[in-house]
Write a protein that binds this ligand. Structure first.
Ligand code: ATP
Length: 928
């Protein structure tokens, strides 16, 4: 059943006066159409397989013809029946079916067989043979007598006892059905044509047996090999029982067959083309009034009707069949059912071979029952898919309606409201990629990007525009932005929002408020344009280094995302994967010309670029590559034969490459100066120069040997890093290998990232009532207060440990926080100060490699601090082993990546007493 298509045929119905059926052929291409009269095409089906197609069309033809009044059908008992045609059109149609009505046969009689003449005497209706002369069919008055006198010389089908054997690869041919086949054997084709010429257009069509395990589907190798079979090989592969087939037409190698009656091969007569002797088979005699046979046939009919209910594909076909069911005899019904079923070839062959009519009906019943099941499954699959599709369509329609309703009610949210909430503020140290992230968000959202910095902005007119009364008045930044991007929904990055100036002419923070607030910015009023502008679709992203510096009303409207600095590992990756690559490309250096070792990069990060971001690292890497470019250019210049007057040229090129903003001349010495900032760099460059640059003063042989030198790969290692970037700007943060009495290492956070710092306390003088504290190191107010608190708490703790100790009462202390040039502030050094003072008071140094941070209250409770990640990184960088953090910061620490926390012994404390134990309760062996 599957693959049947009545629609294809129906389309043809309206296109051609003589209709062509859509047989699909053996190799998948469409063969030339078989001409069938309009009246028959209604029942013409196009099954998937070639034979099925043919069978279906033939069955339709057969059904149509069965509509003829019984009077025109002669019984088998009537010898060689000759009747006048019922109508010319039917005769013409039959003529076309057989292909004999064409001009070259027009003067010959033709037979149109739509059922085989397999008469057995018991089924008179079974034999329907119409024999007329074409001329006669077109004449009007000739009577039956005259027609009977004409065709007696032609052999009847049953006279063919030796036939050409045609191999059928896919399905057997049933009597009464069409089948187009391809004959690839030229000898066989010639013999068939010859037969047709001799008015003996019959051959035997036999199904080919499959080779075990071979794929016999259309187009398969096995199918192709069937056409190559010849002679005995072919003979051995043919099923014994086949069909006497009338050769309806031959077009090229396509032969259209019409099945007539069953045959059985008895012996091979000749090999090429294969010719066989056959017996004509007849059904076993049966009683047409037998109840069992009747019942079986009724079941076949009712099953066909069931198929009709579930499958629209068979509807026309079976409907017609059921209308004319009375015209069939039992064997024909069985053949019909099997032929139009989608059963496989062996099942069909079994039906063909079955001569017992009851058994044949039973076999067919099985096949059509299977069809019912298949069509039920087909129906349920179709239903399920239909439901799925209609469900999806319904959902889609409902969603669209919902959207429309929401829009109507003003409830619809665009992707901005759906977003990465309100205004996003990226906060973090300089150079960690905040601006770059903003740019990436715009790219990801497919929005235009506009950036403006409000650092130091103090004039409200910059944001809101000038009133037009002023000379040189301009619209504000937002109007300029919209004009620039040309869309209503750009991503606007407001940089440095924490550095907003305090305005003399209005408050820029308040103006920004109007700009950023989603409640207000739908009607933003620019003074210059003086019309409300809708900024509600704009996605604002702000960046800041210190969130605390952002005005509170603004901060309140922001979603702050903190971007901490990078650790060494991360910087290494950024340098290797991105910075190095871009710098190398910018300087026009090839990968194979340079190697910067890991050690060099690490040294660069640790000793030159300690800041949280990578901007400084980028500058250094660019510097290194520019110098490498210089070196390579000079090498290249020196390897070319020096021509007087040309030796200056490379320096000009270099000047462009190396130019980092300074004026560079075309003299080599000037180039060197422009590159290096320290005297060491100059020395390095001068050294490079003297190695490679040739002058006219040099002897010719030296020039030539230099010229033949191949270009060397430039290696940048930690050992020669200073040649490229000068001496390290950062020295080890550790001043002491072992902290002396009164000195403790603290951890600090700066806008540049984390760092370690020492708190040093020393005794100035002692004397009755001289207790005092002197502070130095550019401490801010908060830090000063913190020191006072530490002094008081230390005194209390010492008295607890050593009641009656007069140390703090009688000692003038000096507390210093190096480096003195750097301003410092904040309360987080509180616990470090206490430890430093107690160390001095007890004359006991603290545990080795210990660093701590935490604000302290007067009651010695430890409060949380900020910048845990940066401080942890700084501690690791300084080789600290034990770190003390406030207990409340445990959550922040736990969130850090493992590679940041690696190798640290971290303690979380809530009271100073815990720090005391960690710092002082150790034996001296551990410290050393
Ligand atoms: N993760 C990273 N990968 C590659 N390059 C980076 C990364 N982070 C920062 N950079 C580079 O560092 C430079 C500075 O980045 P960017 O301007 O985005 O930093 P920022 O945080 O906005 O700095 P600022 O606060 O000073 O404005 C850029 O050249 C950028 O390409």
């Amino acid at each position: 059943m599957k693959g049947f298509s009545s629609a294809t045929t129906a389309a043809h119905l309206h296109k051609t006066p003589l209709f062509s059926s859509n047989f699909s052929n053996n190799n998948g291409a469409s063969p030339p159409p078989i001409l069938v009269h309009r009246r028959f095409l209604k029942f013409h089906f196009c099954p998937s397989g070639p034979s099925a197609s043919a069978s279906a069309s033939a069955s339709a033809t057969m059904l149509k013809l069965l509509r003829l009044p019984r009077v025109h059908c002669l019984t088998a008992a009537t010898p060689t029946p000759r009747v006048r045609p019922v109508s010319n059109s039917v005769i013409q149609a039959l003529g076309r079916l057989t292909g004999l009505s064409r001009g070259n046969h027009s003067n010959l009689g033709f037979r149109a067989f739509f059922c085989s003449d397999s008469s057995d005497g018991s089924t008179p209706e079974a034999v329907v043979e119409v024999e007329v002369r074409a001329e006669e069919s077109e004449s009007d008055g000739s009577d039956s007598k005259s027609s009977s006198a004409i065709v007696s010389t032609h052999p009847r089908p049953e006279d063919y006892l030796t036939v050409l054997a045609l191999p059928l690869p896919h399905r057997p041919l049933f009597p009464g059905f069409y089948m187009p086949i391809y004959v690839k054997d030229p000898k066989l084709l010639a013999a068939l044509q010859e037969n047709r010429k001799r008015q003996a257009p019959y051959a035997g069509a036999f199904l080919v047996k499959d080779e075990p395990g071979a794929d016999s589907s259309p187009g398969s190798e096995m199918e192709k090999s069937v056409y190559d079979l010849r002679g005995k090989d072919l003979f051995n592969r043919l099923h014994e029982v086949g069909t006497l087939a009338q050769i309806s037409s031959i077009q090229g190698d396509q032969v259209v067959l019409i099945g007539h009656r069953r045959l059985r091969i008895t012996e091979m007569v000749s090999e090429e083309p294969l010719t066989v002797k056959v017996d004509h088979l007849k059904e076993k005699p049966y009683n047409k009034d037998d109840d069992v046979i009747k019942a079986t046939s009724f079941e076949v009919i009712s099953t066909l009707r069931d198929v009709l209910k579930t499958s629209s594909l068979w509807r026309d076909h079976v409907q017609t069949y059921s209308q004319h069911i009375g015209d069939f005899n039992f064997p024909r019904l069985a053949d019909f059912g099997a032929a139009i079923s989608g059963a496989n070839k062996l099942q069909c062959q079994k039906v063909l071979e079955e001569l017992d009519v009851h058994k044949r009906l039973q076999l067919t019943l099985e096949l059509v029952k299977k069809e019912v099941e298949i069509s039920k499954i087909q129906e349920s699959i179709a239903k399920a898919i239909e439901e799925k599709i209609s469900g999806e369509q319904r959902r889609y329609l409902l969603n669209e309606q919902l959207k429309a309703i929401k829009k109507e009610l003003g409830l619809e949210t665009d992707d901005k409201t759906a977003l990465s909430g309100k205004i996003i503020c990226l906060s973090g140290p300089p150079g960690v990629g905040k601006t770059s992230i903003g740019r990436s968000i715009a790219r990801a959202l497919n929005r235009k990007f506009f950036r403006f910095s409000v650092g130091g902005l103090s004039d409200v007119a910059e944001i809101k525009g000038h009133r037009r009364t002023y000379i040189g008045a301009m619209p504000g930044k937002m109007v300029q932005c919209l004009k620039n991007v040309g869309t209503a929904n750009p991503l606007v990055l407001i940089d440095e929002i924490d550095k907003l100036g305090r305005g003399h002419a209005g408050d820029p923070a308040s103006a920004l408020l109007e700009l950023l607030d989603p409640e207000q910015n739908a009607n933003f009023l620019d003074h210059y344009l003086d019309v409300p502008i809708d900024l509600s679709k704009v996605l604002f992203v702000c960046t800041a280094n210190v969130v605390e510096n952002i005005p509170n009303p603004l901060l309140d409207r922001m979603e702050v995302i903190a971007i901490a600095g990078y650790i060494t590992d991360e910087k290494m990756h950024i340098a290797r994967d991105y910075l190095e690559k871009t710098s190398r490309e910018a300087c026009g250096i090839k990968l194979e010309q340079v190697e910067v070792t890991d050690a060099a990069l690490l040294a660069l990060i640790e000793n030159y670029c300690r800041e949280a971001g990578v901007r400084n690292l980028q500058k250094h890497i660019e510097k290194i590559y520019r110098k490498i470019a210089l070196k390579l250019v000079r090498q290249g210049a020196s390897s070319e034969p020096a021509v007087a007057g040309e030796d200056v040229q490379p320096a000009e090129v270099i000047a462009e490459v190396v130019d980092d903003g300074q004026q560079v001349g075309n003299e080599t010495s000037v180039v060197v100066e422009s590159v290096g900032s320290s005297s060491d760099e100059q020395t390095a460059e001068t050294h490079v120069q003297t190695d490679t640059v040739l002058t006219d003063d040099q002897p010719k042989d030296i020039k030539e040997s230099e010229a033949t030198k191949t270009m060397e790969k430039v290696l940048v290692d930690s050992s020669n890093l200073t040649d490229f970037v000068g001496k390290p700007v950062f020295h080890a943060e550790r001043i002491y290998d072992n902290t002396p009495v009164g000195v403790v290492m603290g951890l600090a956070w700066t806008a540049m990232g984390g760092s370690t710092l020492y708190i040093e306390t020393t005794l100035v003088e002692q004397g009755e009532g001289k207790g005092a504290l002197h502070l130095t190191g550019q401490l801010g107010d908060v830090m000063k207060e913190s020191a006072q608190i530490a002094h008081t708490v230390s005194r209390g703790i010492l008295l607890e440990k050593d009641p009656g100790s007069p140390f703090f009462a009688n000692s003038k202390l000096h507390l210093h926080v190096p480096a003195g040039a750097t301003p410092k502030d904040g309360p987080s050094a509180g616990c470090t100060m206490i430890t430093s003072m107690l160390s001095l008071a007890m004359k006991k140094p603290v545990r080795k490699d210990l660093a701590m941070t935490g604000e302290v209250t007067l009651t010695a409770r430890i409060l949380p601090i900020g910048g845990v990640k940066e401080k942890t990184i700084a501690a690791r960088r300084s080789g600290v082993k034990t770190v003390i953090f406030p207990g409340a910061n445990k959550r922040d620490f736990d969130e850090l990546a493992d590679n940041v926390k690696e190798g640290l012994d971290v303690h979380f404390v809530d009271d100073y007493s815990e720090i005391f134990k960690l710092a002082f309760d150790f034996d001296n062996d551990t410290r050393n």
